[in-house]
Design a binder for this molecule. Sequence first.
Ligand code: HEC
Length: 139
Amino acid sequence: MTAKRFDGGRRQRIIVFGMVIGIVIQPFLALYGYLVGKAFAVNQPPAKSEVTCPYIGDAEAIAEGRKLFDRNCAECHGDGTGGSGPDLTDNDWLCGGSDAQIFSTISNGRPGGMPSWSSDLKDDEIWKIVAFIRSLKKQ
Ligand code: HEC
């Protein structure tokens, strides 16, 4: 009899103990889940279309972009309004008009006669040209 009562008490204590541990651990698990979620969110690279030109509106960078443009691009794009290459001042983009898309067009080139510049220009220089092209934009 005494042994049975002891067993019952022990089982009850184990159950209560388990519940207490569960209640204590719960917030830590929630916090862990939150932190892991956050870490992954931070490590996720931004989608390409979200990448924006770091030099938009930066007068100095735009001036450098203009020089690079005159040296490398004017031969086909004129002053930006187009020549054998298309007008870059209108809102009519053949290959997408976001900063990232313009960057990608310049870096990778286009099959219709636009050369790739990734080996001639640094990413930084391309971004300055993107800022220059953006500054030409007609409204
Ligand atoms: C040899 C001539 C040539 C040179 C040099 C050249 N481009 Fe182009 N570019 C073109 C042609 C042609 C196209 C159209 C390509 C197509 O539609 O496939 C084009 C397309 C583009 C476009 C996309 C336009 C749109 O409507 O989507 C951008 C932006 C551009 N060029 C920027 C530049 C920049 C910046 C430079 C200098 C670093 C440059 N290009 C140099 C010929 C040239």
